[in-house]
Design a protein around this ligand. Structure first.
Ligand code: FAD
Length: 468
């Protein structure tokens, strides 16, 4: 039996280990140059650092996992492996740099698949966010952790969710001064979601310790943390010079009269995560009503032989991804959910799912965030489509849904294929639909070609041999 695991973040690594523990052959594919996913993003092996361990939570766990997989002859680890399509022939991969001209084409037939493609960070548009000096929080963190590059001297981190904390610390540990972290959720909402039924979170006490360590580090770096506020505009002639911050109500609508300005030369924005669903959709997996891959207790998707784990099944952090991966890998390898070896993983999964549900309530995007947009705000950065243009096109063409709106305005059709603006456009359409009915059920999650490929790479020729 051969199991292909797509994604080598915490979920994929744990799935691969569990399948190897069951003595099955595993192919582990990841587009990145190294294993670890978003959580264990580290310096490349060509430029190691002696203090890598202090820069990551659970680093020892990662090092052990990596060694376990790399040392096992039953495991084939392929990095720089971009899975671009899946069909009956198997899993189609281009191996090499993301835009390299001579990438190797491979196709992996498989008995079972574990999809663990994770998520990317979501950024809501803000007037001025197209200025140089504005980064997604994840992008800024990747530069700080993966390349030791500081994105600015005076940096503000803003958006929502606990993810802002490690981002701010990664920046503070580079040469940046983090002038503040601005969290849009209000303190009362966050407190009430965490304080309810505290006994349910007893198993998640490591997170309390983590929160304590962030509090200490923030104090050491003198990073102010404010809640119930949002960056509502970014200013600068040629690059970022300052931001406007305003208090927001519980729906994230800015409160007039509360605005103030702060001088910065970089802003990092993060408003949660969007799951990377293209490959799961290509495999035919159903999504649930929260727009994650629908799974049962065995991490089985709606397609026989296809399992899913980690952030594509719900945003819950690395601990949840690890235990979901363990369960998915074990079942993909022919194991049973009630096998004793999964006892601890099942218990931990229940705890981390409760933790994830709290996160969701505490930091969900407020439904009236779009009140900080102006007519000139860019919504689709690739195709340069403004809020006003989008609204006008929708009205003039009487668009009844996302597909026609995309084709008439070009929003979402650029190089990122709607990864950045897709959910934003859907959310705006949802709000406008009260006025005219614009929804046709089409979403931006479906991308038959999952990653950018060159036209020449699509050519079918004698090089197109199946890899066994
Ligand atoms: C940008 C970012 C930064 C984060 N930083 C932190 C942090 O500092 N601290 C923290 O606690 N949590 C952080 N998180 C959240 C944390 O990373 C997740 O909870 C955890 O990594 C989820 O694990 P996963 O295995 O589901 O996904 P990931 O870790 O995201 O791994 C998914 C893997 O799938 C691969 N992949 C996706 N599509 C393809 C494809 N088509 N072909 C091949 N490979 C593919 C990706 O390259 C990636 O390595 C971050 C999340 C993001 C998005």
């Amino acid at each position: 039996m051969k199991i292909v695991v797509i994604g080598a973040g915490p979920a994929g690594l744990a799935a691969a280990r569990a399948a190897l523990d069951a003595n099955q052959r595993v192919v582990l594919l990841d587009a990145a140059d190294d294993l670890g996913g978003q959580y264990w993003r580290h310096l490349p092996s060509s430029r190691p650092s002696s203090n890598e361990a202090v820069l990551h939570h659970q680093w020892t766990n990662f090092v052990e996992l990596r060694a376990r997989l790399e040392d096992d002859p039953l495991c084939e680890v392929v990095t720089s492996a971009h899975v671009w399509a899946i069909d009956r022939a198997g899993i189609h991969v281009l191996v090499g740099p993301p835009d390299g001209p001579d990438r190797e084409r491979r196709t992996y037939p498989t008995d079972a698949v574990v999809v663990a493609t994770g998520a990317h960070d979501r950024v809501l548009p803000v007037p001025g966010w197209e200025l140089p000096g504005v980064y997604s929080a994840g992008g800024a963190q990747a530069l700080a952790k993966g390349d030791r590059v500081a994105v600015g001297e005076r940096v503000l981190v803003a958006g929502s969710g606990p993810f802002l904390l490690p981002v701010a610390l990664s920046l503070a540990n580079s040469t940046s001064t983090v002038v503040g972290v601005v969290e849009a959720s209000r303190a009362r909402r966050v407190a009430s979601s965490w304080a309810a039924r505290p006994w349910e979170l007893v198993g998640a006490r490591t997170k309390v310790a983590e929160a304590g360590s962030y509090a200490r580090e923030f104090a050491r770096h003198r990073i102010p943390y404010v809640m119930g506020r949002a960056v509502t505009a970014i200013h600068g002639a040629e690059c970022v010079e300052s931001v406007t911050i305003a208090a927001v109500d519980s729906s994230w609508a800015p409160i007039v009269g509360t605005e103030y300005s702060l001088a910065v030369d970089a802003v990092c924005l993060g408003h949660g995560f969007t799951p990377r669903l293209e490959l799961a959709i290509a495999l035919g997996c159903q999504l649930n009503d929260r727009r994650f891959v629908a799974i049962d207790e065995g991490q089985r998707t709606s397609v026989v032989g296809v399992y899913a784990a980690g952030e594509i099944t719900g945003v819950g952090g690395a601990d949840l991804a690890l235990v979901e991966g363990t369960i998915a890998g074990h079942l993909a390898a022919g194991g049973r959910l009630d096998d004793e070896v999964l006892g601890q993983a099942r218990r931990h999964r229940a705890t981390w799912r409760r933790f994830a549900a709290r996160l969701d309530v505490a930091h969900a995007i407020g439904e009236r965030w779009s009140q900080w947009l102006t007519p000139e705000t860019t919504i689709c950065r690739c195709e340069d489509v403004t809020y006003q243009q989008l609204r006008t096109v929708a009205r003039v063409t009487d668009s009844s849904g996302l597909r026609s709106l995309k084709l008439t305005s070009r929003a979402g059709l650029g190089i990122c294929q709607g990864r950045t603006c897709g959910r934003t456009i859907e959310s705006l359409l949802g709000a406008w639909s009260n006025e005219g009915g614009l929804i046709d059920g089409v979403t931006t999650d479906r991308r038959p070609i999952a990653v950018p490929v060159r036209l020449g790479e699509l050519r079918v020729d004698s090089r197109d041999a199946a890899t066994d």
